[in-house]
Design a protein around this ligand. Structure first.
Ligand SMILES: *[C@@H]1O[C@H](CO)[C@@H](O)[C@H](O)[C@H]1NC(C)=O
Ligand SMILES: *[C@@H]1O[C@H](CO)[C@@H](O)[C@H](O)[C@H]1NC(C)=O
Ligand SMILES: *[C@@H]1O[C@H](CO)[C@@H](O)[C@H](O)[C@H]1NC(C)=O
Ligand SMILES: *[C@@H]1O[C@H](CO)[C@@H](O)[C@H](O)[C@H]1NC(C)=O
Ligand SMILES: *[C@@H]1O[C@H](CO)[C@@H](O)[C@H](O)[C@H]1NC(C)=O
Length: 457
């Protein structure tokens, strides 16, 4: 097939038409205008929700069968969208989905529990924690269900039981079950994620157990190659079978972000401890040294080569949210963080010009649509727009002492039967085969084997 050979003049007219169309469908973002940011977020959130089928008849709320953890990132984005814009359009989907996947108050729903990783479950715990901190009405107040705080506590309770002293003197393994590849690794997002969740529970509840665990996970992480408190380098993973003396060194924004976020909560919770301030500043500086292109956030490991998979595309959106919370909790970082949030949002807006309907691309730093399309692109764009709302609303996430009224249940999730060791409750070979297949799909996604299809622009 050859190209249609338009006369040059016609081609110029056609090109001008495309440019005009692009202009008409660009997100015209004025980064200093609150309404303009809200409008941009509304556009990307609408597109994000076109991928959500959980509220349709015959569908399961909050279920993303092949990528369960991603549901938590969708709901995280929706929570912050609602909080900072006041738009309640999606709140029913949000509440129902967050409850439906709750399992026995711990985000280990039996449909998924036999192949989840610690990080997958942890992200749902962070979503519930965010709901509590942003004062999203407890489901118990508007019907039936678990309180947001108890769900975060349930995830914490089930995860600390998996703290693994059989290797490396502690640490969370990446995976929960032995048959999953990745079980032999201890990784930054599982440990940094539980660290963040513990720090947020500490600040919200003032219960000592949570700050003790935050410190324990932090100092254990420092004792491994996962994180260094001299260079502030964060490695992706380390091998339990090699006594955690090696490092898988792929660089990802969210690994830095989750440790920074946890340190920010500990700083705020301790009324300004210098240990945590040093950690926040060290990680923030290193993050910006590593992942910025002209002040625009870039996932350096996969964006230049266009090899980001669905998971990877979400990471800098998560970092965007965590940067905005850090700026609120550690006010001295605000002036350093804000220019990056602004430049990234402006570039992201220019990437949202695809398909004449504001489809957003992956690489914000190109400042133009790059041909990619998917729910993940829309989630990350929503996150960076909403993160900029802290310029207008600097109210910090609440605690039980500053207006938060989500109901506490310190023993949430303690009785979940699907969380017991499957060696003690035998499963059939068929179940196991099914779980392994799903695991390969999941792990493949994480490692980047699957990639995704590049759509032409
Ligand atoms: C935008 O157009 C693309 C290509 O037709 C389509 O796949 C996508 O669903 C559309 N997005 C919205 C929000 O309508
Ligand atoms: C599902 O939610 C979307 C908004 O994301 C809405 O447009 C749609 O009407 C809802 N569908 C049903 C069946 O409630
Ligand atoms: C689990 O699967 C069943 C059968 O498809 C479904 O009815 C239920 O809603 C699912 N639960 C969750 C938490 O996804
Ligand atoms: C922080 O300060 C408040 C108010 O002075 C005090 O009640 C609280 O105990 C302090 N927190 C810590 C962890 O020292
Ligand atoms: C904790 O966060 C609040 C809310 O943003 C802020 O006012 C306060 O100054 C922070 N505490 C410290 C010690 O910086």
């Amino acid at each position: 097939m050859g190209l249609i050979n338009f006369p040059a003049a016609l081609r110029i007219v056609a090109l001008a038409g495309i440019l005009l169309a692009d202009l008409a469908y660009s997100i015209d973002l004025d980064i200093n205008d609150e309404q303009s940011i809200k409008a941009a977020a509304s556009t990307t959130t609408y597109a994000m929700m076109t991928y959500y089928k959980g509220n349709e008849s015959g569908q399961i709320p909050g279920a993303f069968p092949t990528k369960w953890w991603e549901g938590s990132t969708l709901f995280l984005a929706l929570l912050q969208y609602w909080h900072f814009t006041g738009d309640t359009t999606y709140n029913d989907e949000l509440r129902v989905g967050l409850e439906w996947q709750a399992g026995d108050d711990d985000y280990m729903p039996s449909n998924y529990s036999s192949f989840l990783g610690n990080d997958d479950q942890m992200f749902w715990g962070l979503a519930a924690m965010t709901a509590a901190e942003l004062q999203f009405a407890d489901a118990t107040d508007v019907g039936s269900g678990y309180s947001w705080l108890s769900l975060a506590q349930g995830v914490f309770n089930s995860q600390i039981k998996r703290w693994d002293n059989t290797s490396c003197h502690g640490g969370m393994r990446w995976q929960i079950w032995e048959w999953e590849s990745g079980y032999t690794m201890k990784n930054a997002i599982s440990n940094g994620g539980l660290f963040q969740l513990s720090a947020r529970l500490a600040r919200y509840t003032h219960q000592a157990i949570y700050s003790q665990w935050a410190e324990k996970i932090w100092y254990w992480s420092l004792s491994t190659p996962l994180i260094s408190n001299s260079t502030w380098h964060v490695a992706d993973s380390t091998s339990a079978i090699h006594h955690c003396d090696d490092q898988g060194d792929t660089q990802w924004t969210y690994n830095y972000g989750t440790y920074m976020m946890g340190a920010a909560y500990m700083y705020n919770y301790t009324n300004g401890s210098t240990v945590w301030l040093d950690a926040v500043n060290g990680l923030l500086t290193k993050t910006f040294d590593t992942f910025l292109s002209n002040n625009i956030l870039e996932e350096i490991t996969c964006e230049p080569t266009e090899q980001c998979n669905d998971n990877d595309i979400l990471f800098k959106g998560l970092l965007s949210s965590w940067l905005s919370f850090t700026a609120l909790l550690v006010p001295s970082t605000y002036n350093k963080i804000m220019p990056v949030l602004k430049a990234s949002a402006q570039a992201a807006a220019k990437s949202c010009t695809g398909h004449n309907n504001n489809t957003c691309g992956v690489r914000w730093y190109l400042s133009t649509y790059d041909g990619w399309i998917g729910m993940e692109e829309q989630i990350s764009a929503t996150n960076i727009f909403v993160a900029n709302m802290i310029a207008f609303d600097r109210s910090a996430p609440v605690t039980a002492y500053t207006g938060g009224d989500s109901t506490s249940n310190p023993s949430a999730g303690e009785t979940n039967s699907s969380d017991t060791n499957p060696k003690e409750s035998p499963i059939t070979a068929a179940d196991k085969a099914g779980a392994i297949m799903l695991t390969i799909a999941f792990v493949g996604g994480w490692i980047g084997i699957m990639g995704f299809i590049l759509m032409g622009s």
